[in-house]
Design a protein around this ligand. Structure first.
Ligand SMILES: Nc1ncnc2c1ncn2[C@@H]1O[C@H](COP(=O)(O)OP(=O)(O)OP(=O)(O)O)[C@@H](O)[C@H]1O
Length: 702
């Protein structure tokens, strides 16, 4: 008894060993069947295997495949083809075993059977495929039928409603259900040359007639051409819910749009500010400050924007973006200090004036200095990039500054308007906020013309909220449609004014974004930094940022000691005799030293031989806050200065002396020397490259 036959018998009876549903292509299937049959026939003939066994195995094979085929719902003809292949194969094997498999007749008929099985398998595979596709298509047809029944019902209802209420006959060309499930859009063709604004005028009545829930609207806007209208119908009030600021802090660009919130259909609404200025109106409590943080977040995420903020209300709009970094509370993943999320923050009139003068100087200088670049690029718009960043000037309650009658405010207003009027091409744009959309704010031609990105946060407030003036030509917008904090209307040249919700952004997200975007902020290009001069370079100096820390200290002190007699005392803000610093002092000192070393935007003039004059500083230089005398390196520097005697010494010589022991850079020594000069510890003799520093104990004797 041959072992092959036994094995085959075992396989047939043991069932699970064979996978009857195992896939074979027509060619491999036919090959496998014929070679298998031939092998069994030759072995069977040689070992005198009873031919009946092969027939039994063939019948079992046919049965197994039929059962498996039924299970996966193969077509009848596929089952028949498979079963027939098994039976024909088994029949040939039985015949060949009795008559001898190695004859021309046996081999020829086996080849013919192989070709036959292949062809039949191919035909049944094609048939199965076609069957599957047809089943799928039928399923889709059923879904589409159901959907189109719903769409048809919507279309019919709106054709009837518009006819009844507006007396306008419309044809509905399409109904698109929003993927968010919060409404749908109708593509309408009003008959008789009627335009979209006629339907828009009936928006409120149409919404009421459609029994839309509160906060939902039917808003008409222009379609693909003048004879078409899009009617957006919201059926779920998404404005009521909080929309948290998305956790993706990915890279943005002013050229590709800055997302500021979401529409009622869940789509993101973006501002394109390369050429446009923006106006954000919101009465107290409407969520304006929150929205401003969302805007600053979008600017921080862009790698071709630098943000300058003016907030005369104690800088509160910009402080959350600056203070945590300035106080050294933040660190990047690799332990580096973090750059503030805005590049310049002015909280006082004087600082705002400095900033505006610098911005105007930058703009005017860019016009001259980039002439070549503009002609090479064949454009009159400065090509903005990470190398030549756009400056976004954000002025909180700026619209109120523009209409103020106060002398100082008028001075600022004049400069803000100059920026808006003259510096579009040179990549300087503004975002102004206002408490109300009143005639006095929107009466300004410059704002109307240049500030077409407009946001009105209503918070349900109707006073001073003239939506008609804010979004001229856009009918059917009513304050009552958005009575929620952070909700309102936003319109841009690209996206007509409609309801939207500003993302809710929390302080910890501001900190996270500050960290995540720290190494993404561009540097002010050299041309601009030179034009802006010391006003820009020294924007983080102690005397100019003291107010921020004072505010923080006042807050901390108030918390710790209501009487106001305690609290933190940062040695950076003290005189040299201030004594030991707290851990906060140390952190501040380290932050300033590192940020000076890493983020110098332009060379600090005191680090160049000729520029050793305090009246010509440049670069992000926080050294003025380095007043502490408690670091060993600084003590060593002081000792070197003393040791130099009346002849004095230079910053380079001191840095060289300290380099090995402390790794101190020349820039750091320059900072110490400057502080010592200011507090009288040393004096400078000589100018330019001949400048030497002499300790006061030697200088006074002369
Ligand atoms: N987009 C928003 N989503 C949800 N809630 C918001 C949103 N914006 C603001 N709020 C809520 O409204 C409150 C007031 O917001 P915000 O301080 O931004 O208003 P404001 O208009 O600047 O008011 P004020 O001028 O008094 O500061 C917030 O504390 C928050 O609870």
């Amino acid at each position: 008894m041959s072992s092959t036959a036994t094995a085959k018998k075992q396989q047939v009876s043991s069932g699970p060993v064979l996978d009857w549903a195992a896939g074979h292509g027509p060619v491999t299937g036919a090959l496998s069947a014929t070679t298998g049959a031939f092998a069994i026939a030759t072995t069977g003939a040689a070992t005198a295997m009873p031919p009946g066994w092969v027939l039994a195995a063939g019948a079992a094979g046919a049965l197994g495949h039929t059962v498996a085929g039924l299970r996966i719902r193969n077509a009848g003809r596929t089952l028949a083809t498979r079963a027939a292949s098994w039976l024909v194969g088994a029949g040939w094997t039985t015949w060949a075993m009795t008559t001898g498999p190695l004859t021309w007749a046996a081999l020829g008929s086996l080849a013919t059977i192989g070709v036959g099985i292949g062809a039949a398998a191919r035909a049944s595979a094609l048939y199965e495929e076609a069957r599957e596709e047809e089943a799928l298509a039928a399923e889709q047809r059923a879904v589409a039928l159901e959907l189109s029944a719903e769409r048809r019902a919507i279309a019919e209802a709106w054709v009837e409603r518009i006819q009844r209420i507006c007396s306008i006959t419309v044809r509905v060309l399409a109904v698109e259900m929003w993927p968010t499930g919060t409404g749908y859009s109708l593509d309408l063709e009003p008959q008789g040359g009627i335009t979209w604004d006629r339907i828009a005028g009936y928006s409120v009545t149409l919404s009421a007639d459609a029994r839309l829930p509160h906060g939902c609207t039917a808003t008409a806007s222009p379609g693909i051409h003048q004879g078409r209208t899009i009617l957006d119908v919201t059926t779920v009030n998404v404005l009521k819910e909080d929309c948290p600021y998305p956790e993706d802090y990915g890279r943005l660009s002013v050229l590709t749009g800055l997302p500021w919130g979401v529409r009622t259909n869940g789509e993101t609404v973006s501002a394109y500010l390369r050429e446009q200025c923006a106006l954000v109106v919101g009465p107290t409590g409407s969520g304006k400050t929150n929205m401003l943080h969302g805007i600053l977040a979008s600017f921080a995420r862009a790698d071709d924007l630098l943000t300058f903020v003016i907030d005369l209300n104690a800088g509160s709009a910009g402080l959350p973006w600056v203070l945590p970094a300035l106080k050294g509370e933040l660190q990047t993943a690799d332990g580096k200090p973090v750059r503030p999320g805005v590049d310049w923050l002015a909280g006082t009139y004087e600082e705002a004036l400095l900033m505006l003068d610098a911005v105007l100087d930058i703009g005017l200088h860019r016009k001259k200095a980039y002439q070549d670049l503009l002609s090479r690029a064949n454009t009159d718009l400065l090509p903005i990039s990470a190398k030549i960043p756009q400056i976004m000037l954000v002025v909180d309650e700026g619209a109120e500054i523009l209409v103020s009658t106060d002398r100082q405010m008028k001075e600022l207003a004049k400069k803000i308007l100059e920026v808006i009027r003259m510096l579009r091409a040179m990549g300087i744009r503004t975002v102004l906020t206002a408490l109300g959309a009143t005639g006095s704010v929107l009466g300004n031609l410059m704002i109307r013309r240049e500030g077409k990105v407009r946001v009105a946060l209503t918070g349900g407030e109707t006073e001073g909220m003239d939506l008609g003036k804010m979004f001229p030509g856009r009918r059917g917008l009513r304050v009552e449609q958005a009575p929620y904090k952070g909700a309102g209307f936003m319109g841009t040249p690209e996206s007509p004014a409609a309801l939207f919700k500003a993302w809710r952004i929390l302080p910890n997200q501001i900190r996270d974004i500050t960290v995540a975007t720290s190494d993404r902020h561009p540097r002010l290009d050299d041309v601009s930094a030179r034009a802006a001069g010391p006003a820009y370079a020294r924007r983080w100096d102690a005397d100019r940022t003291a107010w921020m820390l004072d505010l923080a200290l006042t807050d901390d002190a108030a918390e710790e000691n209501p009487a106001g007699s305690g609290g933190l005392n940062l040695s950076a803000l003290r005189g040299p005799d201030g004594g030991q610093g707290s851990p906060e002092d140390e952190m501040l000192r380290r932050f300033r030293a590192e940020i000076d070393a890493q983020f110098g935007t332009t060379p600090d003039p005191q680090t160049t031989d000729q520029g050793d004059r305090p009246d010509q500083p440049a670069g992000l230089n926080l050294s003025a806050l380095r007043g502490e005398q408690d670091s060993p390196a600084q003590q060593a520097a002081l000792a070197a200065l003393l040791a130099a005697g009346p002849a004095g010494t230079g910053a380079s010589a001191i840095a060289r002396a300290l380099a090995d022991a402390y790794g101190t850079t020349r820039q750091t020594v320059v900072g110490w020397l400057k502080t010592w000069m200011q507090d009288g510890t040393c004096v400078r003799v000589g100018e330019g490259t001949k400048a030497r520093y002499v300790h006061r104990s030697h200088a006074s004797g002369d």
